[in-house]
Write a protein that binds this ligand. Structure first.
Ligand code: MN
Length: 211
C-alpha cells in the first residue's frame, strides 16, 4: 500500500464497471480518476511546499494535523482525509459481495444492532442525516461497534476509532446515476459492500488487540 510521499493513485481492485448496475461505470471512473486524483495531487504539492510533512505516513498525517500550524493543518486534514476516505471507500466495495454469512463481523453487527436489517436501516438513516458533504462510518471504538458521521473529508479519530466501513455521501458519488436521491444511492451501495474486506479489517483490529 502506497501510504507515504509521494502518493500515487493506486488502481481500483476491480474494474470501473464491476459495480454495475448499482454504481455506474462513469461515476466510478470520475470518482477515482478525477476526484481522488485531485486529493492526491494536492497532498503531494502540500508536502513539497512543506517538506517536514514528508516524514509522516497517511495515517500519521491524519493523527497529527491538529498539532500543526493552522495554515498547514487544515489543508492536511482536507487532502490527506480525501485520500484516506476515498481509498477506504473504494476498497470496501467489490464483486465478492454475496458471501458474508460466516463472518464474525456479521455476528458482531447482529449482536449490537439486533439484525443486519436493523443495522442497514440505522446506517441509512445516519447517512441521510449528513448535511451537505461527508461520510457515514461503521467504526470499532472502546470495544464496540458504532455508526457515526464525519463532515467534508474529515476522518474518524484514528487514535481511538478503527474504521470498518465508510460511505461517501458527497453528491459526486451518486449524482450522475441517482441524481439528488441519496436514499436510492445508499440502497444500491449496500449491494456493493465487500463484506470479506470488512471482516479482514475487523480481524486485524481484534488480532492487534487494539481498543
Ligand atoms: Mn468522493
Amino acid at each position: 500500500m502506497n501510504n507515504c510521499y509521494p502518493f500515487v493513485n493506486t488502481p481500483l481492485p476491480y474494474g470501473y464497471a464491476a459495480l454495475e448496475p448499482y454504481i455506474d461505470e462513469k461515476t466510478m471512473k470520475l470518482h477515482h480518476d478525477r476526484h481522488l486524483q485531485t486529493y492526491i495531487d494536492n497532498l503531494n504539492t502540500l508536502m513539497e511546499e512543506n517538506p517536514v510533512l514528508k516524514q509522516y505516513t497517511l495515517e500519521e498525517l491524519l493523527m497529527n494535523w491538529c498539532r500543526m500550524p493552522q495554515r498547514i493543518g487544515i489543508p492536511v486534514r482536507n487532502n490527506a482525509g480525501g485520500v484516506y476516505n476515498h481509498r477506504f471507500f473504494f476498497e470496501g466495495m467489490g464483486i465478492r459481495r454475496k458471501d458474508f454469512c460466516d463472518y464474525e463481523i456479521i455476528r458482531e453487527i447482529e449482536k449490537k444492532f439486533f439484525s443486519m436489517q436493523a443495522f442497514m436501516e440505522l446506517f441509512k438513516k445516519t447517512a441521510l442525516g449528513v448535511f451537505g458533504s461527508g461520510y457515514a462510518w461503521l467504526v470499532w471504538e472502546q470495544k464496540g461497534l458504532r455508526i457515526m458521521t464525519t463532515a467534508n473529508q474529515n476522518t474518524p479519530n484514528l487514535a481511538v476509532q478503527c474504521p470498518l466501513l465508510n460511505l461517501d455521501v458527497w453528491e459526486h458519488a451518486y449524482y450522475l446515476k441517482h441524481y439528488n436521491v441519496r436514499a436510492a444511492y445508499i440502497d444500491d451501495w449496500f449491494q456493493t459492500i465487500d463484506w470479506r474486506r470488512v471482516e479482514i479489517r475487523y480481524q486485524s483490529i481484534r488480532t492487534a488487540g487494539e481498543m
